[in-house]
Design a protein around this ligand. Structure first.
Ligand code: URA
Length: 427
């Protein structure tokens, strides 16, 4: 069937639901350059303003998946399950989670991305491990999935190319914040990965993409519906992201904290979220195993070491450390009433942990260590944050980002720290 881009744009502009044929045509024509960037920009804006029905979102996602190759995991002898996080500050959960779930008996095939903006990317964190490489051939990827049970590596260019093009366009046309477009963007990449089950960690709060629980719930429900309609068991947890996860924000420092969790230690919130997501993944994979017991057994650490070594990394090598540190101390005694995730994320980014453009390199050793967290008491002069960077000139801008994000209130001030897991959708 033949359409014109203008007819499709007008239909959505006037509030109509697009037909399956219109969606298939416009996504394919855009991917191959037959629909111009300005036409897709107008359509994206019409979608942002008018929304999409469940059927349209499912079809749009399918069309983006069909724009590229899909991984075939049918030969993997274990149940396959992946997780996706919408991104948060100090969100290193994939690092302990993937080997843990593999140690529970599932296969975790994670094609991952790099950080852009104030949240860090999993590949950037893993690249702080000497020798570790993100790029694998499909044959290497499948072999590792079979031998180790977990792979975290870079998605190649053939995975949902329509989304890559459209996401870049949305970024510069004020059309990122559309729930149908966000949900289809995330799910097209995840579903093209070919796992049989998917667990979504949808973050809510100042350090997250979704600032309110209502928005996060709507995004989670939309993504769960897309996965379910495609026959993939999909569950979402809504989790808090008003303050960083754990005590480390950056790349090498987050790897260290993740290894501490695998070794049986680590911060309580990182352990809690790792176990909560692992329970969902293991259940979605149809396994009857308790991830907390598996973590305590040390088997997840064995898988971690195998997973890192298989990708050329040395799991025993010292991680890079930053030559410059700056300690932020409490000016007076009291209680840390606010340690804002967004402020800490931006500060870490300015220290060199983040990138402004996708081609930029990141500093593996830059980041922030939290000596205190929200609710902790401090004496005057106590260290609260430790800023780490390769370049002392970056310190003032990082301190600037923290202003207002770190507040020490009077001693005895009660600090509300709500639950980490706020809700569950699907299943
Ligand atoms: N992440 C994605 O992959 N796509 C979006 O649209 C937003 C966040």
């Amino acid at each position: 069937m033949h359409f014109t881009a203008v007819d499709v744009i007008r239909a959505k502009r006037d509030g109509a639901a697009l037909t399956d044929a219109q969606i298939d045509w416009v996504v394919d024509a855009y991917t191959h350059g037959r629909v111009a960037e300005e036409q897709m920009a107008a359509l994206a804006m019409a979608i942002l303003l008018r929304g999409m029905e469940r059927r349209e979102i499912a079809r749009w996602t399918a069309a983006m998946i069909d724009s590229g190759e899909q991984m075939d995991l049918s030969a993997v002898p274990r149940p396959t399950v992946d997780k996706h996080s919408t991104g948060g500050v100090g969100d290193k959960i994939t690092l302990p989670l993937a080997p843990l779930v593999a140690a529970c008996g599932a296969a975790v095939p994670q094609l991952s991305g790099r950080g852009l903006g104030h949240t860090g990317g999993t590949l950037d964190k893993l690249e702080s491990i000497p020798g570790w490489r993100a790029r694998l051939s499909t044959a290497e990827y499948l072999a590792q999935l079979e031998s180790v049970g977990a792979v975290v590596c870079a998605a190649n260019d053939t995975l949902a190319p329509a989304d890559r093009k459209l996401y870049a366009l949305r970024d510069v046309t004020g059309t990122v914040e559309s729930i149908p477009l966000i949900a289809s963007s995330i799910m097209s990449k995840k579903l093209a990965e070919g796992a049989s089950a998917l667990v979504l960690d949808v973050k809510v709060g100042t350090g997250a993409f979704m600032k309110t629980e209502a928005q996060a719930r709507e995004l989670a429900e939309t993504m769960v519906a897309i996965g379910t309609d495609r026959g993939v068991k999909t569950v979402a947890l809504l989790t808090a992201m008003n303050t960083p996860l754990g005590y480390a924000v950056g790349h090498a420092v987050e790897v260290e904290e993740s290894v501490a969790v695998l070794a049986g230690g680590g911060p309580a919130d990182v352990i809690e979220l790792t176990i909560a997501l692992a329970r969902e993944m293991v259940a979605a994979a149809g396994l009857d195993v308790d991830p907390a017991e598996v973590l305590a057994s040390g088997k997840a650490m064995d898988v971690w070491r195998a997973m890192i070594s298989a990708q050329g990394g040395d799991p025993s090598a010292p991680l890079p450390t930053a030559p410059v540190t700056e300690v932020v101390r409490a000016e007076q005694a009291g209680v840390v009433t606010r340690l804002d995730a967004f402020a800490v994320g931006v500060a870490a980014w300015r220290l060199g942990a983040g990138r402004a453009r996708k081609e930029d390199a990141v500093s593996a050793s830059a980041g922030i260590l939290l000596h205190r967290r929200e609710g902790d008491t401090v004496a005057a002069g106590d260290p609260i944050l430790e800023l780490r960077t390769e370049d002392a000139d970056r310190i003032p801008a990082a301190l600037d980002a923290l202003s207002g994000g770190l507040v020490v209130g009077p001693a005895g001030t009660a600090v509300q720290t709500g639950p980490l897991v706020l809700g569950r959708i699907g299943g």
